[in-house]
Design a protein around this ligand. Structure first.
Ligand SMILES: [Fe+2]
Length: 218
């Protein structure tokens, strides 16, 4: 492997990593979407697939600005996150809502990884005064953050409560996979903690557990 001797080379290397990650996602997101049951979740994934294709195009543009060939470099991190997501989503679930809750968790792991990667690359592009590259990357970063917020919203308002209801119906065995938001379903609904406004604003999946907002009755 060639050595990296300048901030410019480091930025190009980072962009190659992100480029590979985004290309992998254009194949991985449709698989997640196909497995999702909740309509809103499927719509969110399909919308983010389109955005991801735009993000690939933006990275190609960024390589052009830097006078570099468009080329990816295998992103082991994203490969691992996708692999783990497929593994979890492929388990047997007693209820489709439980699988949807797992799909959200997998997708949010993807988004957080990308948010970190774009954030660092933007900082480096700024140091290099590559304003056009900064602008392109920031546009993608905003889409990743919005996708993450949307997934948190779905986790809080739709899918996890339905998964919690599945537990009430006696699907005890699968619960370890969906985490704390589901175990809250053991409490009576009046005792279910509301996410605080500040926790909700940070887009944390751990803030799930809000009451109300169900979009589907069963
Ligand atoms: Fe992305």
């Amino acid at each position: 492997m060639a050595s990296i001797d300048s901030m410019n080379e480091l930025l190009v290397d980072e962009l190659r990593d992100i480029y590979d990650a985004e290309k992998r996602l254009t194949k991985a997101i449709p698989k997640l979407s196909k497995k999702a049951t909740n309509d809103d979740l499927r719509d969110a994934l399909d919308q983010h697939l389109q955005e991801t294709e735009g993000q690939v195009a933006r990275l190609e543009e960024a390589f052009g600005h830097l006078g570099e060939k468009v080329r990816g470099k295998p992103c082991a991190g994203m490969r691992g996150i996708i692999e783990e997501g497929n593994e979890h989503v492929g388990e047997d679930y007693g209820d489709d809502d439980l699988r949807d809750a797992v799909i959200i968790g997998s997708a949010q792991r993807v988004e957080h990884y990308e948010i970190a990667a774009y954030g660092t690359a933007i900082a480096h592009a700024r140091l290099l005064e590559q304003d056009e590259v900064v602008r392109l990357l920031e546009e993608s970063l905003e889409e990743e953050k919005a996708a993450d917020r949307k997934l948190t919203e779905l986790a809080e308002s739709v899918v996890n409560l339905e998964a919690a209801d599945a537990e009430d119906e006696g699907d005890e065995g699968e619960l370890a996979l969906v985490g704390a938001s589901v175990s809250r379903g053991r409490q009576s609904s009046s005792a279910r903690p509301r996410a605080t406004a500040s926790a909700r604003g940070k887009g944390s999946p751990a803030s799930a557990g809000r009451t109300g907002g169900r979009s589907r009755s069963r």
